[in-house]
Design a protein around this ligand. Structure first.
Ligand code: ADP
Length: 485
């Protein structure tokens, strides 16, 4: 099949979270299965830096009309890599900026125009470069593609049979804009109703995608159920319940070419389930990187790599920060995010310089060093659509401690010391005391060296590669295309 991916992030070109990892890996896996895949991205400043020499244009100029003016975009040929064709939508006045969405976690004021233009430009570019069987669009930034296809472009015969699949990577990010965005993007006002794009008196891009796509997916089975409830649905649960029969949960894979301790180029040493010695070297290297060289050899190290955002559950960590610091455990944290959470961690490290260390930045190498060098990995998320770090942790023999939500629940099985089964530690209640009890269970288990090694190996043996998920996506595309036909 011919598939067009439209997304706002893609590893290694432009990344703020797990979405980028999916858009980086899934197309390659689909290409291996024989599909013809094209990926469209905005031509951000940081993608421009990846292009050697002058950009080569596949399309010189496409006119995108707005209410009071037109904009003109080029389509940069990003070339083919691993059987996947990349195109970048070039509109310097909207995309040639430092950040993807806005400064320091904020939003650029013209994001509706930026991503409205992106969606329309992908459709126009496809008409020139190849209309696919399926547009696979990701999150709110690409969610207007199905809306445009079934409204503005509804009578265009070239696009009529193209099906649409929308993947929700995180239902909390929806792209909500004032009502007059309808006119700015040249949509008819009759689209601004509760059963279409209107949502609490806003134009909601994600809702539009949910209503107009042929099929919907999200990134774990558990999250697919959760977002149909008021607790997790971010006020879109009603829309999602209406479309429950068209919603699939497909767990993300991970890219073991990048995340495998046997070959990982970021590490001080390599190791495998059979030969774990290298992990000790990685531990020492990690402690050195965090200035915690004095931590005793017997003390477990607990790692965190995360966006520091409300979703990730650090408020319940804050509730027991002193209790954790009193335990026999060292903590290393890598993350960036909102000032409240950044300061929370800074304060924690300041109070306990011998056992808690924090680095507030985005650092790929250090993320790998934590996965390899830590003994445990903490993800107490309030909600987690899929989560990648806990899956990386399994592969690195770094035992995850997670809250039973979304993909964390789907991927981590509670350790049973009696039977020797399970891959990690999982608690249900979103409160500090349940978290502390689970951390204590992990620390207790750590004292039994033989059991712990078994637990590590159980996780290392799990396979969360992309080949299974890619086949599920391919089936979803087939189904979407059949429905359209
Ligand atoms: P989310 O998409 O909600 O941020 P995921 O667990 O799905 O969460 O994906 C997070 C990805 O971003 C992982 O690949 C993780 O290693 C990476 N990451 C997050 N914060 C940092 C950071 N400060 N430095 C390096 N990598 C990070």
């Amino acid at each position: 099949m011919k598939i067009v991916f439209a997304a706002s992030e893609c590893t290694p070109l432009a990344k703020t979270g797990g979405l980028a990892d999916v858009v980086g890996a899934l197309p390659r896996e689909l290409a291996k299965l024989g599909h013809e895949v094209t990926v469209y991205l905005p031509f951000y400043a940081r993608i421009r830096r990846h292009v050697e020499g002058e950009p080569k244009y596949a399309v010189q100029s496409i006119t995108i009309p707005f209410r009071y003016y037109n904009r003109f975009v080029g389509v940069v040929d990003g070339g083919e890599r691993d059987g996947v064709q990349y195109y970048f939508i070039d509109c310097p006045e909207l995309f040639d900026r430092r950040e993807l969405y806005g400064p320091a976690g904020g939003e650029y004021r013209d994001n509706a125009e930026r991503f409205g233009l992106f969606c329309r430009a992908v459709i126009e570019a496809s008409k020139l470069l190849g209309v696919p069987d399926v547009f696979h669009v990701h999150d709110w930034q690409a969610a207007l593609i199905p809306v445009y296809l079934r409204t503005t472009y509804a009578s265009d015969p070239a696009l009529h049979s193209a099906a649409t699949v929308l993947t929700i990577h995180n239902a909390a990010y929806q792209g909500k804009f004032p009502p007059n965005t309808i006119e700015d993007l040249l949509f008819p006002w009759d689209l601004f109703t509760m059963d279409k794009v209107e949502h609490f008196d806003h134009f909601n891009f994600l809702k539009g995608g949910l209503v107009f796509s042929d099929l919907l997916t999200t990134v774990s089975r558990k999250y697919a159920e959760e977002i149909q409830t008021a607790e997790f649905g971010e006020q879109l649960d009603g829309v999602l319940r209406n479309r429950a029969r068209d919603l699939r949960g497909i767990l993300n894979g991970v890219d073991y070419a990048h995340w495998n301790p046997a070959i990982d180029g970021h590490l001080a040493a390599h190791y495998t389930p059979e030969h774990l010695d290298g992990k000790r070297v990685c531990r020492a290297d990690l402690l050195h990187a965090f200035g915690l060289e004095k931590v005793a050899d017997t003390m477990p190290v607990m790692g965190i790599v995360s966006r520091l955002a409300g979703q990730k559950g650090f408020d319940i960590v804050a509730g027991i920060a002193e209790e954790i610091a009193d335990r026999d455990v060292a903590v290393v944290v890598l993350g960036t995010g909102d000032p409240y959470h950044e300061n929370l961690f800074r304060g924690w490290a300041f109070r306990h310089p011998d056992s808690v260390a924090v680095q507030i930045r985005y650092d790929e190498t250090l993320a790998h060093k934590i996965e390899a060098g830590a003994d445990m990995f903490l993800m107490p998320s309030r909600y987690e659509p899929c989560g990648l770090n806990q899956i990386y942790s399994l592969k690195y023999g770094t035992v995850p401690i997670v809250r039973a939500t979304g993909g964390l629940d789907d991927t981590i099985e509670e350790w049973d010391a009696g039977k020797g089964t399970g891959t990690g530690f999982k608690f249900a209640g979103y409160n500090p005391s349940d978290l502390l009890a689970e951390i204590d269970r992990a620390l207790e288990a750590f004292r039994d060296k033989e059991g712990w090694t078994r637990l590590m190996r159980n996780g290392m043996a799990r396979d969360y590669g992309w080949s299974g998920p890619a086949r599920e996506y391919a089936r979803t595309y087939e189904e979407a295309a059949q429905r359209r036909a």
